[in-house]
Design a protein around this ligand. Structure first.
Ligand code: M6R
Length: 611
């Protein structure tokens, strides 16, 4: 959701900015733009275009057409004002002195705009961002940092900003509040960006900006200031993942690559957490007394991470015998949750930047809870604001539809459940060993599931033209269905719903008619007979049933369902980790056969940094 890149150095800026923006495309956007300082004319050279980045890039010959060695670039995901050239960023002030790129939302922009209009400022766009550019120019008396600082005292909301001023062509300004922004240190150059993927080709030395910080970037270095404009010394960290991890590496789509990467991602996530037959978390801050004292666990997350939470409820309640509530982060904020210092809030987020999840975390902390987060992106905001972070180490996930993010989060919840259960004495040693062994064998079993992908592809070719698809299951299979359904609808645009099978007869079954596709999830052994009854129920009303079950149940299921996909038998709580893989593949192939833009589905953003 909105991508920002900034560069100052000796090289031509525009190609670097466009390349950086291309790496941020996965975040989701609808228009793009760059502003570069044009020394010859002592002016800002601004170029913007609605649509794919390629439109802008072709216009600028990949950047070669724009002279200048300092600039800012942006991919915009529209909030205030429709996607259009004029609403794209950078937004430029009336006299052309200031250009701004912005990720986030300025909540009091209408009031500020009215103030500026009353003072004779003319606006060109409908964006909240133009207000920032105009306001900086309004306060500008020759010292850009002072003007920016005055504006920061007036704007409310969430923002990451890149600012370029025509009078200070040897510096870029970066600002962060509630929207991610990183700084990159190069040789004779400096960068700012929404995330590491945009600049990793140029530098691995980065700093994470904190809320309220302002940074001044020059060719020789970066100086950061806190919200009181006192200089701060930033910690520089080295990014250790390989550039290939953020490239397609021969695959047609990132999503497919990331599906195939899951066994390795799981190995990275699980192996270091098992030592001498026990779950091991390095520097874990919650001791046995604290864990015993927890009287309730609250899981908060959005989207697929929320679906992990739905599985997590089953897993954690079963293993720890503590009550677990799962809440959508967007609802949690406003529901006046019953939380105190004996509540552990488990925050789940692949990106670590989802605004609703972040707001829920802060609300939980305000109410006295401790926060344990399960996060993929190292150094992200959620990770940094948690009492304890468990990184999933899935590697960069670029496709909007999460896959390896989801399965590694599930594995982490399983590890956490086992760890707590051991401390609490709520698990028998045999079960502990069985699940732990199952977890360490998961990558290998997942490889087997992935090897069977041709079968899933064939089934997708049979069903890809259905316009409405139902996923049904009970208990763990219901939680799995939620994720299977989301995966399908977000990338293929096919209407799909997930239902708890027992609810069918309370309404949904009236939607079943001849030829309706029902994906019946029957992996959970304890409820297999119930799952079978639901298959019979929908079949007798004309549904086509595509069933998912375990290898040991294939025959039984095949007697009734039209088609069956199987996964290897594993301990109950590990079933969703394997079961989701054929559902990811099914969604992928169906979307492919429907000619959809798989990695960048319409209207969606990878990291949702607005409410
Ligand atoms: O980065 P997060 O895990 O916090 O993201 C939450 C959701 O936005 C995300 O899972 C979304 O639902 C995915 N597109 C699903 O594939």
């Amino acid at each position: 959701m909105c991508g920002i890149v900034g560069f100052i150095g000796e090289e031509q800026a525009a190609p670097i900015l466009l390349d950086g923006l291309a790496r941020l495309e996965y975040r989701g956007y609808d228009s793009a733009g760059v502003a570069v300082y044009d020394r010859e004319n002592n002016a800002l050279s601004v170029h913007k275009a609605k649509g794919r980045l390629k439109v802008l890039s072709d216009l600028l010959q990949g950047g070669a057409a724009v002279e200048g060695t300092i600039g800012i670039g942006h991919t915009r995901w529209a909030t205030h004002g429709a996607p259009s050239d004029v609403n794209s960023h950078p937004q430029v002030s009336q006299r052309g002195k200031i250009a701004v790129v912005h990720n986030g939302i300025i909540e009091n922009y209408a009031e500020l705009k009215a103030f500026l209009l009353a003072n004779g400022v003319e606006f060109r766009s409908e964006t909240d961002t133009e207000v920032i550019a105009q306001l900086i120019e309004y306060f500008y008396r020759g010292d850009i940092l002072t003007a920016v600082n005055r504006v920061l005292h007036r704007i409310q909301g969430a923002y990451a900003l890149g600012i370029l001023c025509v009078d200070t062509p040897d510096q870029l300004i970066a600002v962060r509040k509630d929207s991610p922004l990183i700084l990159g240190y190069g040789d004779g150059c400096s960068f700012l960006a929404s995330d590491v993927t945009a600049i990793i080709r140029h530098t691995r030395e980065i700093s994470y900006m904190e809320d309220g910080e302002v940074a001044v970037l020059t060719r020789t270095g970066i100086q950061c200031y806190d919200h009181l404009m006192q200089p701060v010394q930033k910690e520089v960290v080295r990014v250790d993942w390989e550039i290939d991890a953020a490239e397609k590496g021969g695959y047609e789509h990132f999503m497919f690559k990331e599906i195939m990467e899951q066994p390795d991602a799981l190995r990275r996530c699980i192996s270091p957490r098992i030592r001498d037959g026990e779950v091991f978390f390095e520097d874990f801050v919650f001791d046995a007394d604290y864990i015993r004292n927890i009287d309730r666990i609250f899981i908060v997350a959005c989207g697929s991470s929320y679906h992990v939470g739905m599985v997590g409820k089953y897993t954690l309640e079963r293993l720890t015998r503590k009550p677990v509530e799962v809440s959508l982060a967007s609802e949690f904020r406003y529901m006046d949750p019953i939380i105190d210092e004996r509540t552990l809030v488990v925050v789940i987020s692949q990106s670590g930047e989802t605004l609703d999840t972040m707001a829920a975390l802060r609300e939980a902390r305000r109410l006295g809870a401790k926060i344990l987060s399960i996060v993929n992106v190292v150094g992200s905001s959620i990770a940094r604001e948690s009492d304890q972070v468990l990184y999933t180490w899935a590697g960069p996930e670029i496709a909007v539809a999460t896959t390896k993010g989801y399965t590694t989060q599930l594995a982490m919840v399983d590890l956490l459940g086992l760890y707590f259960a051991r401390v609490l004495g709520t698990i028998q040693p045999e079960e502990y060993r069985e699940v732990l062994t199952g977890l360490s064998e998961l990558p290998e079993k997942m490889e087997r599931v992935l090897q069977d992908r041709d079968g899933v592809q064939y089934l997708a070719s049979q069903y890809f033209n259905h316009r409405s698809i139902f996923f049904v299951g009970r208990n763990l299979d219901y939680a799995l269905g939620l994720e299977g359904s989301l995966k399908l609808k977000e990338i293929s645009y096919i209407h799909s719903e997930a239902y708890a099978s027992g609810e069918l007869k309370h309404g949904t079954i009236s939607l079943i008619e001849d030829g309706t596709l029902v994906v019946a999830l029957g992996t959970y052994g304890k409820l297999f007979e119930k799952a079978m009854s639901n298959v019979v129920e929908v079949k007798s009303r004309g549904a086509d049933v595509l069933a998912l079950t375990t290898e040991s149940r294939r025959e039984e299921m095949a007697r009734t369902a039209n088609a069956v996909i199987t996964i290897p038998d594993v301990s109950d709580i590990l079933l969703p980790s394997l079961g989701v893989v054929p559902l990811q593949l099914f969604a992928y192939y169906v979307a492919l056969m429907n000619g959809c833009d798989i990695d960048k589905p319409r209207n969606l953003a990878k990291s949702v940094t607005v409410e």
